[in-house]
Design a protein around this ligand. Sequence first.
Ligand code: LLP
Length: 379
Amino acid sequence: MKTTPIPTPYYEYNLGVLRSTLEAMLSAIPDPRYRVHYAIKANNNRKILNEIVGTGKIGADCVSGGEVEAAINAGFNPADIMLAGVGKTDREIQLALNAGIGCLNVESLEELEIIHQLATSMGVKAPIALRINPNIDAHTHKYITTGTAENKFGIPLATLDRAIEKALEWADGIELLGLHFHIGSQLLDMQPYVALCHTINEIQHHLDSLGVRLSMIDVGGGLGIDYIHPHENPIPDFGAYFSVFQKHLQLRPHQTLHFELGRSLVAQCGSLITQVTYVKQGLHRKFIIVDSGMTDLIRPALYGAHHHIDNISANEESIREKYDVVGPICESSDTFARDITLPLTHRGDLLAIRSAGAYGEVMASHYNCRQLPQSYFID
Ligand code: LLP
């Protein structure tokens, strides 16, 4: 068996890749009014958060009270923290208001009313943005498409006027900052973002006519990464992404534009390192059975997601075989890859499942009484 610095399976994070990605993103920002918030849901590993906080230029985007606490503990400035989520509990709203976070993204009229009640009873004004469903299909996986008209997320465009009316009527406890949108995740085609810009422009024209003045627009996250060629494309094209907004969004001079990037910042710096327990000859297929499973990385099982896999200990590069790479969990969906070509693989070899820095470690579970994977950092 090959030896590893810590027991497999574990997440290996390459801090060099993370830092280069953060630098590339920050240097691609074309306008001082653009503000990036890291979507903590992608990875809340404390060392990753420390690196992001360390840039001094990135805020946090949270979806639960626990994430707000994690962001504050990691040192994010509360004023640069946003809280979204369709089901914020009273406790989470109070926690956010007490912490003085920058903005609560409100996803329904029902929630707006509760935030108003809680804020007035605490004697504070809740800074909010209304999350609007722009009715744009992001053409990504159905589980991560979130901007279509009828959706559990956000307020339908048709209800926008009423929501604004209410927010203004409840000005004793609500400070309406702006509008929030998020159309989906893992977007590689920029066209849905162009469509989003056009919709926001139309909304802004409409609001101008009503005399409503907004200080911020938040366009959510979703920039995708190259899961197929992670070695060739370790850093997403942040320049192309930001320029869509620069070109198509008519931001008012006094407005700030907020982005909630998760995957694009952290996915490529992480790999799941796993050891081969058996290479099993089936009737027609060869199965590589590894010691990690869907409990460590659920994306292939849940979304049919592709992750590139390398055998990092093979020494017979010239002989290549086709394999299915599967985990040990008692579910047929516990499969990392089918029919992939790898160097001749043996029991004890180490495989690296790439692009696992986002929605990997954070989505791990104890199913089958398994231990959570640990993490290991290389520079
Ligand atoms: N903002 C909001 C309101 C979101 O719902 C999300 C992600 C983000 C920002 C960050 O999106 P990103 O830049 O990471 O695409 N577990 C799935 C992804 C779920 C995304 C949920 N929302 C996966 O593994 O693909």
